[in-house]
Design a protein. Structure first.
Length: 71
């Protein structure tokens, strides 16, 4: 009988992220400072949604991931 570890091995164990360059980043998005214990963003394969800073409250922005912005 061979020895096996008690934990499950992960296929993401040796995966590292890369820093994105400025052409692939979003700058100047006013993220809210009032979210204490809830989520301020949501992401899926097509869109990024962010709760923004505003006077009225309850505002958010939805950005398509493929959109190119000029800064």
């Amino acid at each position: 009988m061979s020895w096996r570890p008690t934990y499950r091995s992960s296929k993401f164990r040796n995966v590292y992220g890369k820093v994105a360059n400025r052409e692939h980043c979003f700058d100047g998005v006013p993220i809210t400072k009032n979210v204490h214990d809830s989520h301020f963003c949501a992401v899926n394969a097509k869109y990024i949604a962010v709760v923004t800073e505003s006077a009225g409250g309850g505002s958010f922005i939805v950005i398509p991931i493929g959109q190119v912005c000029s800064g």
